[in-house]
Design a protein around this ligand. Structure first.
Ligand code: DAH
Length: 341
């Protein structure tokens, strides 16, 4: 029996040491130390020993068990340490590898121009208003003094939703004037930026969808001088100090008198060059004194109140502001173009 125990001890210890993983080691524990294991089998034979031999063998068997348990514990620790080391190796991070730089976008040039414009008007005490792109023809035309028969109402100019031409994609932001007069207390000082739609073919200066910023002031004693003073100040803020403007007579159904404002070409200083197509001036916006009939239709007494309004093309402003020569670049969204702003 003594030899048997010694053999078990030697076999078990060397087997434990050759185990390569925790599962293998557990199998060996069961094999040697388990209930049906080899050591237990020997212990079961103790009963057959003489009373003198029994305590001696008992002691020896306990020593062997303790030795095996000790060896098992050592091997298990060694395997755990090796497994940890392997994991650390496998999951190692090389903190010296250069990182991948995240590409951060920025505002579209149209948005930059719009934000600048809003800031300028907010600074002058205007409120920014938002309104629908799907508009009633009544507000887009009738209430702006462009009644049935006006050329801009033609099917070939305007996107209608219905056959009786009552609902449409607004062709201008001017209906926002009516919406402001219908909903706001006087005096009114608003700007209303947004998309407008016309049946235009796409080319370097046209698009069936573009943006306008509408502006309107209504108060007592408002004159054309206020209009000119304000728009001159805006032009200088947008395009730089000393920007020269001129006002030309024009016609719009909803203003009287009406005008267009040009800015002097920044390239040639008015002499005429390819940028201004030889004109020396670049048209920027339409404006005028709000027509008394328009005021009346909104329930405002033109004998007491007067007002002025303007509509500025935002694309045109952005093209000038960033010296871009083709409108299509604005809408194509080629990142090589957009990255330049
Ligand atoms: N709505 C006009 C257009 O689209 C522009 C315009 C002209 C707006 C004169 C105005 C204005 O408010 O007073 O051509």
């Amino acid at each position: 029996m003594k030899e048997q125990l010694a053999k078990i001890k030697a076999d078990a210890v060397s087997a434990f040491q050759s185990a390569t993983d925790a599962a293998g080691l557990e199998a060996l524990r069961v094999k040697y130390l388990g209930k049906k294991g080899e050591l237990t089998a020997v212990l079961k034979m103790m009963g057959k020993l003489s009373p003198e031999e029994r305590p001696v063998m008992g002691q020896l068997a306990n020593d062997v068990r303790a030795a095996l348990e000790g060896a098992l514990e050592d091997c298990s620790k060694k395997l755990e340490a090796a497994a940890l080391e392997q994991r650390l190796k496998d999951e190692a991070l090389d903190v010296t590898i250069p990182g991948k730089q995240a590409v951060i976008g920025h505002q579209h040039p149209m948005n930059i121009a719009l934000e600048e414009m809003k800031d300028i008007f907010i600074g002058m005490g205007f409120t920014v208003m938002d309104g629908p792109e799907v508009e009633l023809a009544e507000l887009n035309f009738d209430r702006l003094n462009a009644e049935e028969g006006h050329p801009s109402r033609d099917w070939s100019d305007t996107f209608y939703f219905d056959t009786d031409s009552r609902v449409m994609l607004r062709s201008q932001t001017s209906p926002m004037q009516v919406r402001a007069m219908d909903t706001m207390p006087l005096p009114i000082r608003i700007v209303a930026p947004g998309r407008v739609y016309r049946k235009d073919e796409v080319d370097a200066t046209h698009s069936p969808m573009f943006h306008q910023v509408e502006g309107m002031v209504i108060d007592k004693g408002v004159t054309m001088a206020d209009l000119k003073g304000t728009l001159n100040a805006v032009a200088e803020k947008l395009f730089g100090e000393g920007t020269v403007t001129r006002f030309r007579p024009h016609h719009f159904p909803f203003t009287e008198p009406s005008c267009e404002m040009d800015i002097q070409c920044h390239k040639c200083g008015g002499a005429g060059c390819p940028t201004c197509k030889g004109e020396g001036w670049i048209e920027l916006l339409g404006a005028g004194m709000v027509h008394p009939r328009v005021l009346e239709m909104s329930g405002i007494d033109p004998e007491v109140y007067s007002g002025w309004a303007f509509g500025i093309g935002l694309e045109r402003t952005a093209l000038r502001r960033f010296k871009i020569d083709d409108l299509r670049l604005i809408f194509e969204n080629d990142v090589r173009f957009l990255e330049q702003f």
